[in-house]
Each structure stands twice: as C-alpha cells, then as structure tokens.
Write a protein of this length. Structure first.
Length: 471
C-alpha cells in the first residue's frame, strides 16, 4: 500500500487485525517518524493489535521523500508474508525551476498528445535539483515458498482456535532462508508487466512497467522491503541518488551551485550542491528507501532513431524536421513526434543495408526479429520511427508501408514481422526497451527458471504512443 502526506501534516492510521487468529498480534513500524501508539497491547517494538483488535498510530510527517513502513511483530514471518508498504511525503513548496525550461516544454508536449500528468508533485523535495517529469515506485522483496506453505498449513490446521489459548499460535521455521521468488511490487516477471490493478492479481495492484519519453527526467522511488540486498541495475544511464529515507544527500560546501535538472541550459536555481552518487547499480538495502533521477535523451547515438527519410513523401513521419535549440534539441516542436530529438543525428542512417524507407549506410546490421525477440516489444531495432518491425528482415515496401494494398504484387511478402499477438502492445508502440533488473543473476529467475523475478523493462516511447498511468 501507499500513503501520501506533506511535511508537518499529521496522520492517524487505525490498524485492525483481521489476520487468522493463529497468527496472533500484528503492528506497524514507521521508521523516521515520531509516532504515538494508543490502544492495543504492548509489544516488543510498539503497540500491537490482538486478533480482532485495533491500535491507532498518530504521527507527524517528516522530510519529503519515500519512506518504508512494515510490521513490527514477528518481522521474519509477517514482513515475509507481505505486511509492508510505502509512505510518500510530498514537498510543501515546489522550486520555481521545476515549472520552467524543459519541464514546462515536457508538460506542453504531454498536453499536445492528450497524455495525463500522473505525477504526485513536480519535485521530489524542496530542493531545486530534485525536479522530475515522471515517477515510479518499486518495492523489492523476495519470498521463500517453504515458509508460506508452512504458514498456510498451520493456519488451516488451527482454524477456529481461541486467541491466547495454548497451541493457538504459529511456529513457522523462518531459517534457513532460501527464497525462490523475487518480487517487484509483489509480482515477478512477466506478471509485473501486466497492467496496474489487473484482475488476476487482486493483492498486487501495482505493476513494474515504467515508460518515459526522450528528454524526460524520471524519478525512481525504490524501497528494499525484504531481507536481502538487491543490486538494482537500470540500463541506458546511471541514476543520480537524491535522498535515502527522505534525507537529501547534500554537499558540505556552502558554495551556490546552479541546477539544470539534468539538461544543460534548463532554467536553473542555486543552492547547496547535491552530493548523491551517480550509480550504475542502485542498492536496495532492507528497510531503506532511495529517491533517484534517471533520464535518457538519445543524444550522440550517431544515428537517427526516428528514421527520417526526406525522399519518402508518402509517409509524413519519415520527413519530420528538426530545428536545434541552443543545446541541440528539437524542443520548439512540442506537438511533434520527434520533440526533443538530438538534431545533430537527424537523417543519419542506422542500418548498413536496410529495408523499407530508411536511408542506407549506417553503422549497424540489425538481427532478424524472429531470431532474437521478446514478442512485439522488441522489433529487432533501436529505432522510434515508421515501420520499425518491417525493416528488420522483410522485402522493401512500395510507397507508404501503412497503406499497402493486400493484392499489390509489388509488395509480396511485405508484412509486419510481429512474432506474437499484436494485442500485447498498441500498434503505434515504437521505442527502446531497456532491461531494468537485479544484477544478481539468480534474482532474475523464478524457481531457478529464467526469465523471471526482478526483471522489468523501461520503455522509452516515441510521442505517438500515449503513456497512460492515470490509474
């Protein structure tokens, strides 16, 4: 579960213990918060709710950022069984630079493409270096199936027992610990890529299927909710750590630093410098959270990811213009598909001998998508433009590949190469799929079967694909 507050706001959580009687008491810990617990019974770490009973936790929200909460009763079993969640404290004031420069242009581009802004705020903190354009929450944990089977068997055997009576309690062996399921937001890959609130996962409502557009800054909120530390590796760029447990990592220097929110030339502000690391693997430590910024622009790839080809008059997507701003980005065209394209690579070919409407002579020979593929998520190409899957291995198409007449002999065999059901992704999905996963290879398996576990994809989408995370 996830709860939201602003600094200084008071909150009260009433915990009612509806667990099976044999489980016994339960409670909640709120690390980093000043908490007053009333009602219930005295426990080892805090007041606990007995079976059928309640306890109230009152607190004042602390510093902005991402915070964990979890059971404070028999944590080796109850946290393992999923009794944990996140508290997100939003800044009470947003730095002015978060609503100017490229951030404003990204907002305008979202509106132009009828896209919902689902951010909780425009900054992770009240610091001018914490601005962002998208955000995702990832809670990492693991599960030992033996513990869960044993708990279920004991609860079933003790159904109807009287609370507090001799023998009406669980005695589950939680060591040695051998997890076989590795979870992000309660799901393992591929289930974690299904939609939020998918009906088949009534107890795991949130997926782990992040999307972004080129030029956006994505806030990564991550909590280690299990027993093990997991090295979270985000392909395509490092992650700048902003804070841990809501505590900003700042330099000790009082020297003012100009903040550009990741993109040179963005409208900035001054203040103490951020001291958080740029991390190749972001560590998810048990009980600890971090906030970090990830961004990707495609700058300097040395090919045109949109596949522009001015000679193709039949396909308007293949002849878009690119007018560089002072930093080289196509930022003036907020309504265009190629908003924020790095114009220096405009019209540079990607393939040596391509099919379709893309110019030849590039640096890469792309694989046949039938040989190396993850369904229609990967079309054999690092490419955002028209007929992305067609070009990989099919014969050249005549004219607009989206307007091919079925009986035209000139286009024999010129069909889309999607090796799985097209309904998996929208027809206009084009982009990069960057694997985000645990860098411990065992943890990207489920019961030692690959792929699975802590593995997801960051999808960097072209603007014609509308990212909808409004749920």
């Amino acid at each position: 579960m996830e709860s939201r507050f602003t600094p200084g706001a008071t909150g009260a959580v009433v915990l009612t213990n509806g667990l099976p009687t044999a489980v016994g008491n339960t409670s909640i810990l709120f690390p980093g918060f000043a908490v007053t617990a009333t009602g219930g019974v005295t426990g080892l770490l805090t007041n606990e709710a007995a079976p059928g009973g309640t306890v109230t936790y009152s607190f004042t929200a602390s510093s902005p950022g991402t915070h964990a909460y979890y059971s404070g009763t028999q944590g080796d079993l109850q946290i393992e069984m999923g009794l944990y969640g996140a508290i997100i404290v939003l800044p009470s004031t947003i730095p002015a630079n978060c609503n100017s420069g490229y951030h404003t242009l990204n907002t305008t581009a979202r509106t132009a493409h009828s896209e919902t802004d689902f951010r909780l705020a425009h900054a992770a903190n009240d610091h001018p270096g914490s601005c962002y354009d998208r955000e995702y929450l990832f809670q990492w944990a693991e599960m030992d199936t033996r513990i869960h089977r044993q708990a279920l068997a004991q609860v079933t055997a003790l159904t109807g027992c009287t609370a507090g009576a001799a023998g009406c309690s669980l005695n589950v062996q939680t060591e040695p610990y051998h997890p076989a399921y590795f979870l992000i937001n309660g799901r393992s890959m591929p289930d974690l890529m299904d939609p939020n609130f998918a009906g088949e996962y009534p107890h795991q409502p949130y997926n782990a299927n992040p999307h972004m557009h080129l030029g956006e800054l994505t806030l990564v909120r991550t909590i280690g909710q299990g027993r093990w530390q997991h090295p979270f590796h985000e392909h395509a760029n490092h992650v700048r750590i902003l804070a841990r447990d809501g505590n900003l990592e700042l330099s000790g220097s009082a020297t003012n630093v100009t903040y550009t929110s990741g993109l040179t030339g963005d409208a900035g502000a001054t203040g103490r410098g951020l001291a958080g690391l740029l991390m190749f693997n972001t560590d998810t430590t048990p009980g600890e959270s971090f906030d970090g910024i990830f961004y990707f622009t495609g700058r300097g790839l040395n090919w045109d990811p949109y596949g522009h080809h001015p000679g193709d008059t039949a396909d308007p997507l293949a002849s878009l213009s690119c007018t560089p701003d002072v930093n080289g980005y196509n930022s003036g065209a907020t309504g265009a598909i190629n908003f924020m394209e790095w114009c220096q690579d405009h019209n540079k070919p990607v393939q040596v001998n391509p099919f379709g409407d893309v110019a030849a002579g590039g640096p890469a020979t792309l694989p046949d998508p039938n040989v190396f593929t993850n369904g229609p998520w990967y079309g054999g190409t690092p490419y955002l433009g028209p007929d992305a899957t067609l070009r990989a291995a099919m014969p050249a198409c005549v004219g607009n590949p989206y307007g091919i007449a079925p009986g035209n002999p000139a286009n024999a065999g010129c069909t889309t190469l999607s090796p799985a059901n097209l309904q998996l992704n929208p027809a206009d999905e084009r982009g990069w799929a960057f694997m985000w996963h645990s860098h411990n290879e065992r943890e990207i398996t489920t019961n030692n079967v690959f792929p699975g576990g802590m593995l997801m994809m960051m999808l960097v989408d072209s603007r014609e694909f509308v990212i909808d995370e409004s749920m």
